[in-house]
Structures are given as C-alpha cells and as structure tokens.
Write a protein of this length. Sequence first.
Length: 252
Amino acid sequence: MRWTGPLESAALLTVLPVPARAAATTRGVLPWAPLVGLVLGGIATGVALLGDRWISPLAGAVLGMAVLAVLTRGLHLDGLADTADGLGPLRGRERALQVMHQSDIGPFGVVTLVLTMLLQVACLAALLTADSGWLALWTAVVVSRLAMARTGLPRVAMAQGSSLGRLVAGTVSAPWLVACGLVLVALVAAGTGGDPAPAGRLVGAAAVGLLAAELLYRRARARLGGVTGDVMGAMGETATAAVLLAAAALWP
C-alpha cells in the first residue's frame, strides 16, 4: 500500500491543492479514492444543507451537486458523457474507443449527462426534506469512489490504449476494498446514531449503487474490452445516481 496514495488520489481526482510531487504518479489513486470521496462528500453535503436551510431543498440540491462537480473538475461527468457516446451507438470496439478519446460530446453523451444530473438533483432535493436524508449524499459520494476503486482489483481488464488503466491496474487488493466497505457501514451506523431504520436504508441504497456500477463495468468490458479512465468516471456517476435514487425511494 502506497502511503503517499491519499495525496496522489487528491491530485488526480480533485482540485484540492496538494504538493507538486504528489501529481507525478497515479499508482496510489484508486486504493485511496474512498477516502477522497469521504472528504468530497462531506463538503458537498455541508453546502447542500446550507442551501436547504437558507433557500430551499431544490437550491440546496443544485448547490451540493454543483460544488461536487467543481471540486472534481467535472472529470467524472466528462467520463460519463464519453462512455455514453462509446457504448450508446451500434459501432465496433475500435471506433467506440476512438469516439471516447475525442474531446467533443455527442448526442448520447449530452442526453445521458443531462438526465443523470437531473435525476441526482431531484432525488437529493427530496432527501433533504426528510429526517437524516442528507446522509444519502455523503454515502453516495463514498460509494461512487468504492465503485471506481473496484476497477483496480487484480485481473480487471483494461481497454486497449487506456494509459490510466495501465497505471492503476492491480493496485487495489480485495481485502482493502472490503475493509473500506466495512468502514463505510460503520460510518453510516454512526451517522444515524445507531438507528437501524435509516442505517438499513442507506446500506441498501449503497448496495444498489454498487450493483449499478458493476453492471456498467460488465457492459464496458464486453463492448470495449475493458476499463478506461472514462469508464471509471462513468461508474462513479452511475453509482451516485443509483444510491440517491434508491435512498429517495426507500426513505419515508
């Protein structure tokens, strides 16, 4: 385990200031991505709560998701759009990867990006009106980084031409990923004060988010031959949306 990993992860996955030497390598990015998610989720949740208190739940939801996008430089949203363009139309593997590497966004990407953001905001706005519902956003951001870290497990196929994929392949161990998941469950329990009802809803929503990301991963593996940096970002945004959707559906 690289103990400089938190800085490496923050350097690539956020706009937070870190020492220049931390940006020189990316080997430690994925193992520590859940920790980065914990920090980002806390900031975004705090902003959402302030917006809810001062303006309205909808304003709080928009502000929370906007801050999250700014803090990540929109990196994962860009990955979601590029992945949608690559997986959406019926095209061969090489052409799909070529489209994903281009800087512009096609119609599939635009539609997917807009609908995903609308879904995230709408679900979060509903959750902000419920008791302890704000915890769903914090949980969703951490779960999304767990889903991304999953792509660093051994024997995960990386798509041809993915420079990030080659650098992070095999950098995450299964025990470490399980440990991160258990820590998340413990934090959920602590955040809900040990109340089994909201804790159970959040754990269930987290499971839905991980499942949604896993389905996207399997689709990318079959269509693209493996994972790319764009797919990692898309898995994160998919997990976020799925957690918020499931939490909003489960919350009374």
